[in-house]
Ligand binder design. Structure first.
Ligand SMILES: [Zn+2]
Length: 54
C-alpha cells in the first residue's frame, strides 16, 4: 500500500494555449478524474486552467 508504483507521472497542459508547463504525479486510480489546476502559464502570462495529459 502506498508504494511508489501506485503513482503515475502526468504532464499539466495549459488549457488556453496547449503549453506543457508542469510535471506532477498522482495516485493511479481508475475512477480518478483528470487533474485540473490553476497554474501560471508563462506563454499566456496569466494563471490559466491546466489539465493533465499523458
Ligand atoms: Zn498558456
Amino acid at each position: 500500500m502506498g508504494s511508489k508504483s501506485d503513482r503515475i507521472a502526468v504532464t499539466l497542459v495549459c488549457s488556453a494555449c496547449g503549453s506543457r508547463n508542469y510535471k506532477t504525479s498522482r495516485a493511479r486510480r481508475p475512477d480518478a478524474k483528470a487533474v485540473e489546476l490553476k497554474k501560471f502559464c508563462k506563454t499566456c502570462g496569466a494563471h490559466t486552467l491546466h489539465v493533465e495529459t499523458k
